[in-house]
Design a binder for this molecule. Structure first.
Ligand SMILES: [Zn+2]
Length: 344
């Protein structure tokens, strides 16, 4: 199985931008907002979606699968269906954003940028296929035009939750599940692959561990990437609730990834529908209640004020620092209710 992952160059640009935001956040408590809240869209707004390829039937199915999401929060996903029933399109030569969320089906694998990174021009290499610029994909559902995975609705919801600023919950396991993973090969495992080069159990039935398995195709992940994607991170940016084993944000791994079977860390949801925890998370990010919206606006305003005093952060002032700052200001203006919606 192919695990979800953004291209390495895209991850690198996100890490650089995050380093700048963390640095700013460290200079003033009001600027913690940059790390904790800038990924979310303005509650109550309409976030546009456009497709690069695929036909109307597929577009309608994807849009239909996202309805569970928009039903659970104060945010509209606007698919721009015209009078003839055609869905909004984006193109790889666009010079301004046809939509905040730009979906493609023609790259391998599944992935999405997180929230407002989808329209952030500092994310992804300028000439690459994935990033925040108008001519780049922000969300990919590889192969959906020819064959959809089992429980494809769950895949669509998983990626769209990323697009609405959700992170993963497998990295929110408070340590217990990290110990539950079979990181290493069974003792004396003799490396064995099938015709496609995928690591499989050897003749004696000894199994590859996670590191070995993911080092082979189709993932080809070096050890550091496995750690980055699967080891628990204590990231202050991630709002961590209790481990939600029903969440569609939980990866579904093959059985041999776990030490025990059935594992207490394996997903218990049906792989398709949002869990109660997913819905709660959505309602927290995009609340209906005026009181909560007011609170978000106030904190965004406080961060805006603090930005004025903060100057550019010292170490990354050059080129990118200015861009990061402009983008942060744009997002803060939107969230404080004083600016236009982002990307419009
Ligand atoms: Zn994911």
């Amino acid at each position: 199985m192919e695990l979800e992952s953004l291209p390495d160059e895209v991850l690198a640009s996100i890490a650089d931008r995050n380093a700048w935001r963390s640095q700013m956040a460290g200079s003033d408590t009001a600027l913690e907002f940059l790390v904790s809240d800038l990924a979310r869209w303005q509650p109550g707004s309409a976030v546009r979606v456009a497709f690069l390829d695929g036909d109307t039937a597929l577009h309608a199915d994807v849009a239909g699968a996202t309805r569970q999401i928009s039903d659970a929060c104060n945010l509209e996903l606007d698919f721009g269906v015209d009078a003839a029933g055609n869905y909004r399109r984006w193109h790889e030569n666009d010079t301004f954003h046809a939509a905040e969320i730009r979906v493609g089906f023609n790259m391998g694998g599944y992935f999405s940028l997180v929230g407002t990174d989808s329209t952030d021009s500092t994310i992804g290499p300028p000439a690459g296929p994935v990033g925040g610029r108008p001519n780049q994909r922000s969300l990919n559902l590889g192969g959906f035009t020819t064959e959809r995975p089992e429980r494809w609705e769950g895949t669509v919801r998983h990626e769209f939750l990323h697009a609405l600023a959700f992170h993963h919950s497998h990295q929110n396991m408070r340590g217990s599940c990290e110990a539950e993973f079979r990181w290493d090969d069974d003792q004396d495992y003799a490396p064995t692959t099938n015709a496609k080069g995928v690591f499989i159990p050897d003749a004696a039935g000894r199994r590859p561990g996670i590191y070995t398995y993911l080092a082979g195709p189709p993932n080809n992940w070096p050890r550091a990437k496995v750690d980055h994607n699967l080891r628990t991170v204590e990231d202050p940016a991630v709002v961590a609730g209790p481990f939600d084993s029903d969440s569609v944000m939980l990866y579904s791994f093959p059985d041999f990834f776990y030490k025990s079977s059935p594992s207490s860390c394996a997903p218990t949801g049906n792989g398709k529908d949002l869990s109660a925890g997913d819905r709660r998370g959505l309602a927290l990010l995009y609340p209906h209640a005026a009181e909560r919206l007011g609170d978000l606006q106030e904190r965004a305003e406080a961060a805006l004020a603090a930005m004025d005093g903060a100057g550019s952060s010292p170490e990354t002032v050059e080129a990118a620092g200015g861009e990061y700052r402009d983008r942060a200001l744009e997002l803060l203006h939107a969230l404080s209710g004083k600016g236009e919606g982002v990307g419009r």
